[in-house]
Design a protein around this ligand. Structure first.
Ligand SMILES: C[S@@+](CC[C@H](N)C(=O)[O-])C[C@H]1O[C@@H](n2cnc3c(N)ncnc32)[C@H](O)[C@@H]1O
Length: 182
């Protein structure tokens, strides 16, 4: 299954000039910056969703690829990462290669808001407040019935979680994992 050919304005640049693309990407990355889900949080979140071999997971903003590496390596789930930051795309691809998981993971340099989510059965996202409303509407609009959505910390709108889990980090931050099913 190949997801690397997904086409987005950031891949083909057909309509936007370079300056437009850079400033839109910079604004998006400032609203939804990189922050890593710790491995123990990722493992607990995936366990909560009970992944199976026929799932296809997407991480909406995959950062350094940790979620993809755990989902593919530990749960044998084919996993796709969408990431806007080119440096993080490179880092995630390198980590996936080093983990020997290239056949199980695809990382796409793309704006998550330009990618159709209907093909995925399991969604992971660690959203930030400025994108929650738009993201919730996109998920409700595109994901199929039965799709499970794992959300770290910031609840989606217009949906009630099926399960919730809290995980102390050892510092002040208590991580919350919410599992939704459409
Ligand atoms: C909070 S981090 C989550 C990283 C990873 N999913 C995790 O939980 O460890 C959000 C990520 O989304 C990326 N991002 C921000 N806006 C994006 C967009 N419009 N499309 C794709 N990725 C985006 C950021 O660069 C960052 O890596």
């Amino acid at each position: 299954m190949g997801y690397g050919m997904l086409s987005t304005p950031f891949e083909d640049g057909l309509r936007l000039n370079d300056e437009d693309r850079v400033s839109i990407a910079a604004r998006m990355l400032s609203e939804y910056p990189y922050s890593q889900s710790p491995v123990q949080v990722v493992d607990a979140a995936l366990q909560l969703a009970e992944p199976c071999l026929k799932d296809v997971l997407v991480d909406l903003g995959c950062g350094d690829g940790t979620v993809l590496i755990r989902a593919a390596g530990r749960f044998r789930v084919f996993s796709v990462g969408l990431e806007l930051d080119a440096g993080l795309v490179e880092k995630a691809r390198r980590r996936v290669r080093d983990a020997g998981l290239s056949h199980m993971v695809d990382i796409v340099h793309a704006d998550l808001f330009q990618v159709d989510l209907s093909r995925f059965s399991l969604v992971y996202v660690y959203p930030f407040p400025p994108i929650v409303r738009r993201l919730s509407l996109k998920i409700l609009d595109e994901c199929r019935s039965g799709t499970r959505i794992i959300v770290h910390d910031h609840p989606l709108e217009k949906l009630e979680p099926l399960k919730t889990l809290t995980i102390p980090s050892g510092r002040q931050h208590v991580h919350t994992i919410l599992l939704y099913m459409l």
